[in-house]
Design a protein around this ligand. Structure first.
Ligand code: PA5
Length: 375
């Protein structure tokens, strides 16, 4: 069970109202999902993963933002020893990066999991075109289509239409779950299963958290709000496990896109200690006092635990509010709990500061400018 080391003042009536609002929101489908996961869909995901493992040395996972960061976070953290290696593409428009990925796959057998809820996002669409061409050249149209797994909207979008027309294996991003809350759907579960992550254990942890994470997540959300009001406008997520770097990236995306709107929201940033004690550590100890620190405290060895304790003391003495979130285990179950905990805490926090946790109107601005430049 996730535990926190602080107790904030909460308003039970307000909390009840917020939780009800999230439950009823048309994008609140993730709230109950781990407890009622569709067993048939889970079987299909596992079967697809088995097929990919049997046929492919590489799975190219194409997606960006919420269609990418969650599964990468878990896969990189747990380093599962699956038979198929995962390569990521479509999370930038860098030609250099795309060529690197194409060369890395080289002559190896591969499949593609293209993930886009809208099915229209430029970065994944470009990478998909390039990898599809490679797949067609290597296997011919028919086999190529059988090696493409499309995770997208159930009814609409360019990717949806293409998947239907060509008979790709399809998985659905539920209508009522947005990108950054979708890691525990097929968006995250298929790549994780292919990589060798035990997705049953992950969902088990998340399902437990549906009950057990509510109190600590609400407590944490209120504490963030108090700190925000006291002008601590930046949250530094700190982990002492280097392999959780992408979990930090997922957190930044989750909180940044959920809260940063209407000129409000706490700026999420992250460090990996002790590596970053030799870089941002200086700023944390001695810089401007507008930052609070949230330590994600995984079970660890004695020496690493001593560094956690030392940092906690030094930073507290240096005037930084330090929050501690302790995770029961560094495995699938622990990550399932942690993912659910942060999703809930983030949605409640956004509601407390008065913004919609589930939209991202600001992301459209750059797309508009890019479209103009591409005309
Ligand atoms: O969290 C979100 O909603 C976004 O980060 C999206 O996941 C991201 O923009 C990718 O969108 P799509 O899955 O439609 O390609």
């Amino acid at each position: 069970m996730i535990k926190v080391n602080f107790k904030s003042e909460t308003d039970d009536k307000q909390t009840k109202r917020i939780l009800e609002e999230i439950k009823k929101d048309k994008m609140g489908g993730w709230l109950e999902l781990p407890r009622k996961y569709d067993v048939g869909e889970l079987v299909r995901i596992k079967e697809a993963a088995k097929r990919i493992n049997a046929e492919s040395e590489y799975l190219v996972c194409i997606g960006i933002g919420g269609s990418y960061l969650g599964h990468r976070a878990v896969i990189e953290a747990l380093r599962p020893q699956g038979e198929t290696k995962i390569i990521y593409a479509g999370n930038s428009l860098s030609k250099r990066e795309l060529e690197w990925a194409l060369n890395k796959v080289g002559d190896h057998d591969f499949s593609i999991n293209v993930i886009s809820k809208s099915g229209e996002t430029l970065e994944p669409a470009m990478a998909f075109e390039a990898f599809k061409k490679k797949l067609m050249e290597k296997y011919g149209a028919e086999e190529a289509s059988s090696r493409i797994y499309a995770t997208t909207d159930a009814k609409k979008g360019t990717l949806h239409d293409e998947a239907i027309a060509n008979g790709y294996t399809r998985f659905v991003v539920p209508d009522n779950i947005g990108g950054r809350y979708s890691v525990l759907t097929a968006v995250g579960l298929l790549p994780m299963a292919v990589a060798g992550v035990d997705i049953d254990k992950l969902l088990e942890g998340a399902a437990e958290a549906v009950e057990t994470a509510v109190e600590p997540a609400v407590n944490y959300a209120y504490m963030r709000c108090v700190l925000d009001k006291r002008k601590y406008d930046t949250e530094m997520f700190a982990s002492f496990e280097p392999s959780t770097m992408y979990f930090n990236e997922w957190l930044k995306q989750l909180f940044g896109e959920s809260e940063g709107k209407d000129k409000r929201g706490i700026l999420p940033d992250s460090v990996i200690y002790s590596t970053d004690l030799h870089s941002l550590g200086q700023y944390m100890q001695d810089g401007r006092r507008n930052i609070f620190e949230t330590i994600i405290d995984f079970p660890t060895d004695d020496l690493n635990a001593k560094i956690v304790a030392a940092v906690r003391i030094a930073h507290t003495e240096g005037g930084i509010p330090v929050l501690n979130i302790s995770v029961p285990s560094f495995d699938e179950k622990g990550f399932g709990e942690l993912i659910y905990f942060f999703e809930l805490a983030c949605a409640v926090s956004a509601k407390l500061i008065g913004v919609n946790p589930f939209d991202q109107p600001g992301v459209e601005a750059y797309k508009l400018e890019l479209r103009k430049l591409l005309r």
